[in-house]
Design a protein around this ligand. Structure first.
Ligand SMILES: Cc1cc2nc3c(=O)[nH]c(=O)nc-3n(C[C@H](O)[C@H](O)[C@H](O)COP(=O)(O)O)c2cc1C
Length: 225
């Protein structure tokens, strides 16, 4: 695949085949991802690749706690509700996904089902929990570096035919993840990436998310043309 094919072709995948992903392939994808740049080349990231029974325990723990109304707990600062353009875009992708899945606006049960699917890591065969070293917790640069490596990882996976969805849902109940993935206390849980072979018949996998116009994002300074 060319770079263009990867970048323009990649989509978040939220439905997977029940087919295991070879450990060697995951390793290869992570090795590619780890070519990502990082501040001062600190490479603060760690990857906990979870499958099988431990992942099922995480799915069960996430589901149970969310159904019980346990407040979400993440290990880094989060902002409040989105507003304005950000809220519009949040609603936009939700509408696209719900339309693809045939979920009606007022169908509370179907919506809840979809949310719980996220907390189960979309039933993916693999979940990769990205953490960073606690020794540099408190600044914003380590989360930035984790973002760079996460993007590199989903693109590397796509180039090998694998689908992913980076997701906060998987780590919103971070104590569950920490316990069942055995994540040491000297690491901060940042994000989760569900991974597996895309199920081409799963409607949401066909959704192509929109992007704001380049001219709305870019300011050119000092150009003469
Ligand atoms: C930090 C982060 C958190 C995300 N959390 C979720 C999530 O919890 N559930 C979900 O379905 N998608 C999640 N996504 C996927 C985004 O919705 C998706 O990347 C965005 O809509 C653009 O779509 P695309 O990845 O198909 O291009 C997350 C993405 C990022 C980068």
């Amino acid at each position: 695949m060319t770079y263009d094919e990867v970048v323009f072709g990649r989509r978040s995948i939220r439905g997977y085949l029940r087919k295991p992903v070879p450990r060697a392939l995951i390793r290869e994808v992570i090795e590619m991802a780890m070519r990502a740049p990082s501040s001062l080349n600190t490479q603060p990231w760690n990857f906990h690749v979870v499958t099988g029974e431990p992942l099922d325990r995480i799915r069960a723990g996430n589901t149970e706690r969310n159904l019980a109304g346990v407040p979400h707990s993440r290990e880094f600062r989060i902002h409040g509700e989105y507003a304005g353009d950000h809220r519009e875009r949040q609603i936009g992708i939700a509408k696209q996904l719900f339309a693809a899945m045939g979920i009606e606006r007022h169908d509370a049960a179907a919506r809840q089902d979809w949310v719980l699917r996220g907390f189960r890591q979309f039933d993916a065969p693999v979940a990769i929990v990205v953490t960073y070293d606690r020794s540099i917790h408190g600044g914003d640069i380590a989360p930035f570096d984790c973002g760079a490596v996460a993007n590199a990882l989903v693109n590397a996976a796509w180039s090998r035919g694998l689908g992913c969805v980076i997701n906060s849902q998987g780590i919103m109940q971070s104590p569950v993840v920490r316990e069942h993935a055995g994540i040491p206390e000297d690491q901060v849980i940042m994000i989760c990436i569900a991974m597996g072979w895309p199920d081409e018949s799963f409607p949401a996998n066909a959704v192509v998310s929109t992007r704001k116009a380049v001219d709305d994002a870019v300011t050119f300074v000092g150009f003469e043309d």
